[in-house]
Design a protein around this ligand. Structure first.
Ligand SMILES: [Zn+2]
Length: 171
C-alpha cells in the first residue's frame, strides 16, 4: 500500500467506527498484540479496508500509553493524527531516491546513494511531521511518534514471530 492510498483509506471513513475489525477480531486466542499485528500484516499486504481499524487500534494504545505516567497523556484526537502519520511512515520507510537499495547503479558501477548516505531509509523531518500532524502539537510530536512507532513495531514483529512459529508447528 502506498502512502497515498493509505491516506485515502483512513480519511474515507469515520475513525470512531470499526466496521473492519470483525475479520481479525475472532482470532483473539493469540497474544494481546495479535489484533493489531494481524491488521498490520493485512495493511502491508495491500488490504486498504483494514486501514481505519489499524489507525484506531494504534491510537487507542497510544492514548492509553500516556495514562498514569509522567509523560503527557495524549488526547484521542492527537493520538489519531500521530497514529496516521506513524503508519504512513511505517508503510513507506524507504529512501525516495534508491527505494531502499542503498546504492545506485551507474553504468557498470554501483555507487552509494547520496540521498540517504547508504542507509536506504527516508528521513522524515520535524517540519514534515509538524505539517502532517499539526504544528500546534509540535512539542509533543517527537515523543508521541516514537511511542506510536514502538507500538507498531512490537505488534508487527510479534505477529511475524507467531506466524513463523505456526508455520513450523503445522508440519
Ligand atoms: Zn537512498
Amino acid at each position: 500500500m502506498t502512502r497515498e492510498s493509505f491516506a485515502r483509506a483512513v480519511s474515507a471513513r469515520d475513525l470512531g467506527e470499526h466496521p473492519h475489525l470483525a475479520p481479525v477480531d475472532h482470532l483473539h486466542a493469540m497474544a494481546t498484540t495479535s489484533n493489531l499485528g494481524r491488521a498490520l500484516n493485512r495493511l502491508r499486504g495491500e488490504d486498504n479496508s483494514v486501514a481505519p481499524a489499524v489507525v484506531a487500534l494504534v491510537a487507542g494504545k497510544l492514548a492509553k500509553s500516556g495514562k498514569g505516567r509522567t509523560i503527557r497523556r495524549y488526547s484521542r484526537a492527537l493520538a489519531d493524527l500521530v497514529a496516521k502519520q506513524a503508519l504512513a511512515e511505517w508503510l513507506d520507510p524507504h529512501c525516495r531516491t534508491c527505494h531502499g537499495a542503498r546504492e545506485l547503479i551507474a553504468g557498470d558501477s554501483r555507487i552509494i546513494c547520496q540521498s540517504c548516505a547508504g542507509t536506504g531509509v527516508h528521513r522524515y523531518t520535524q517540519a514534515q511531521r509538524n505539517e502532517a500532524i499539526g504544528s500546534q502539537h509540535a512539542r509533543h510530536i517527537p515523543a508521541a511518534l516514537a511511542q506510536a512507532h514502538h507500538i507498531i513495531s512490537i505488534a508487527y514483529s510479534s505477529s511475524q514471530h507467531q506466524a513463523h512459529h505456526y508455520l513450523h508447528c503445522d508440519e
